[in-house]
Design a protein around this ligand. Sequence first.
Ligand SMILES: Nc1ncnc2c1ncn2[C@@H]1O[C@H](COP(=O)(O)OP(=O)(O)O)[C@@H](O)[C@H]1O
Ligand SMILES: [Mg+2]
Length: 564
Amino acid sequence: MRERGTYLPHVKRADAACEASREAPLRVAQCKQGYGIALGYKGFGYKLQKRNDMKAVAKGRHRAKRNLARVRTNGAAKLPRAEKDGVAATGDFDLRCGYVPFARQLEFRNSVAKYRLFGGAAGPGKTNALLFEAIRQAHLYGNEKPVDTLLLRRTFPELEASLVAYFRRDVPRDCYASYNDSKHIVTWLNGSTTRFGHCAHENDIYQYQGAEYLFIGIDELTHFTLKMWQFLTSRNRCPAPNSVPCMAGATNPGNIGHAWVKALWIDRRAPAGMDRPDQYDAKDYAFTRATLKDNPIYADDAQYRRTLEALPTHLRRAFLDGEWDVFAGQYFDVFDRARHTPRAEEIPFEPWWPRWLSIDWGFEHPSAVLWHTASPNGTVITYREFVQNHLSPRMLAAAIAERSAGERISSVYLSPDAFAQRTADDTIAAQLGRGLELEGLPRPDPADDDRVGGWMLMYELLAQDRWIVTQNCAGLIESLPVLTRDEANIEDVLKYEGDDVADAARYGLKSRMEPGRMPLALRNAERITAVDATSRAIWMRKLEAEARRGAGTHGVPAPRRWRL
Ligand SMILES: Nc1ncnc2c1ncn2[C@@H]1O[C@H](COP(=O)(O)OP(=O)(O)O)[C@@H](O)[C@H]1O
Ligand SMILES: [Mg+2]
């Protein structure tokens, strides 16, 4: 197998040495390691001979002449691929497009990991590096068989303004055979292609179902979901002999995909929601971290630097230094590990402090349980967590009891959906409640599910140092900094795979400290005693109609358990 980039320096020298025009029949150049001879026609394929092997030179010369004749009669698209030494061609491309990779871009290019990430600050040349990587890959293995490559951005306007714009600006017309403007597909001179694509909605990703791509590059990877990434990995294969399919992302920290991208490349572990997490192999993932300093154009631009330095602290840390713990769109930008996450041993727990639990129920998704207490000065301390999926309500109750041994728990707040969700003839809440009661713990109350109010309360408590989370609550500490604002509802937090433990925290704080009014559906559910589904549905509709008329709710006492 050919090693990537082995011949690149020689080829560059060869190219620089010969000012051959497109029409020049042959090019001969001297390499450091003896004579290297570049044969062929600029743009139409040439081959670098490593040694001064006259037989090979003659063969190459013959092929080059034949190719020129073919190009003249059929056009460049019909050029046989066998002539193209991809590595050499790439060197050619870089020079012809005026692309001389910066040191950090070269580091990214030279990484041989299956999944690469070029991440960090704004402006080090991540998008550009990705574009030229796709071009390089399209020429690396196209010798025997043309290969397809794909470059993606989440939305079409973003795609046009970045990757497509750079392609139009930087890649000269004579470097490719054609560009299909409506399909956004470039066909290179060796027949390989690069497709510029986007997928605004999660299901748009299936438009790539039928295809195979040797290389898939995703710009602003954190705008994509883990599901999209996983699907694309299944499209990353190539029938060309000796080819090594690979993928790469370029991104700033932040946004919806922040958590899974950070898990795969920064924390080096399988993210929540990953299919077959046991198959995660850290060796497949390589991260090239770049900061603004890595792009000399911007590093020397005092004006641009000043603009970035004027940003609020957390954005500055993300955009200037490529910090992964802070980023634009982050909800809990006040969360500071140093300030909010003491070690449990530092807390002088007293047995008489009030203690309560909050639970976000899940079966396929994990159930997340948090234990909270409040010190006499009113600081809430979340001091234990338990997160696990595939536990029945009974098993969950037993696991909670085991961990609460010797503690007096005053209340348990459970996600409201568990009061509506039924298995056999009972709700999850009732089954869990029986289990907890058997263990001497209180039955659960429906948690206050006011999302916006809950997140705001958590934010305020953190800002005022009135809520701390002990270091053993690893899941919660990990998820708080990655929660982002929902652009559709800027006051809310965007849901993401793995946010269960943050939801549990919200239930625990909001239900205890600022209990709101129970949602109508829940209030009604508690008032209906009928067990069979049809009667329940009839009653539910009746009560909803009453509520709409504004009648019927008078005189009905609020459920006992809702009162604190
Ligand atoms: N190797 C390079 N040589 C010259 N200009 C470059 C190089 N890499 C990037 N640039 C230019 O720097 C600017 C920022 O690059 P870009 O790829 O958009 O950065 P990022 O995606 O990291 O924000 C662009 O105008 C780009 O063309
Ligand atoms: Mg970019």
